[in-house]
Design a protein around this ligand. Structure first.
Ligand SMILES: [Zn+2]
Ligand SMILES: [Zn+2]
Length: 241
């Protein structure tokens, strides 16, 4: 089974529903032989997010801890039907990894739509968004093809979120369908832990099991190592590493 050396979606105790420090995350990542982790705490609109100063001061964090490279990031909230996110441009432009996800408590767009594809297309128009987070959510279904192909064209990634297989079980079938369509359309993905505690950093087993079942091609897992990730993003941006 493929080993994924760069986890581009991890939380720390700066998000109060997560429980570990950056040092603890990095030490677990090191013990698993990983190259890099992105610290992507929640952007301010969700109730348990850190203050905006958290993102202003990310450069205080060493670029390498326990031999693991640290990428500065955010999990931004998609807050309306147009795909607007809750982070200002002056911060977005400083970040290595911007994941954008819909979270129920701070999505103020229309609920119960049959198709949120136009919302995700709007998110992809934001030049700073790198990865669409946990889009398998059962509450926000979308017709896949146009979104996946636009992500590919713009050198962005669709996330397969390992945490969803435990915390959002109703989205598991959607995750499989999205991965299957990425395979068919040759669209790159990021397999992420979305860890909320250090022990889950680099823990992707449920996601990898599903990807193995559908014979997902390893070469489309763009965070399998840091060099591959950097090269994939290179037409749009330079990330640390
Ligand atoms: Zn999320
Ligand atoms: Zn998350």
């Amino acid at each position: 089974m493929v080993k994924i050396l760069t986890d581009t979606h991890c939380h720390t105790c700066a998000s109060t529903h997560a429980y570990s420090t950056i040092k603890e995350n990095a030490e677990i990542a090191a013990s698993r032989g990983m190259e890099a982790i992105a610290i992507t705490d929640h952007a301010p609109e969700i109730p348990d997010a850190p203050h905006i100063w958290h993102f202003e001061n990310l450069s205080a964090i060493p670029r390498e801890i326990a031999g693991v490279k640290i990428l500065y990031g955010v999990e931004a909230n998609i807050i309306d039907d147009s795909g607007k996110i809750d982070m200002p441009e002056y911060l977005l432009k400083k970040l290595d990894i911007v994941v954008a996800s819909i979270h129920n408590p701070c999505f103020y767009g229309t609920k119960d739509r049959a198709d949120y594809a136009d919302t995700y297309l709007g998110v992809l128009d934001n030049p700073y968004v790198d990865i669409i987070g946990h889009s398998g959510s059962a509450n926000y279904p979308y017709s896949h093809d146009e979104v996946l192909l636009k992500a590919k064209k713009l050198h962005k990634l669709i996330e397969i979120n390992a945490h969803s297989f435990i915390a959002r079980k109703q989205s598991v079938e959607n995750c499989r369908a999205i991965a299957q369509r990425c395979k068919e359309l040759d669209v790159g993905i990021a397999v992420n832990s979305d860890a909320h505690i250090c022990f889950d950093t680099g823990e992707y087993s449920h996601a990898l099991k599903m990807l193995a079942e559908i014979e997902f091609p390893e070469e489309l897992i763009m965070n399998r190592d840091l060099r591959t990730l950097k090269e994939y993003f290179a037409p749009r941006k330079t990330i640390y590493g």
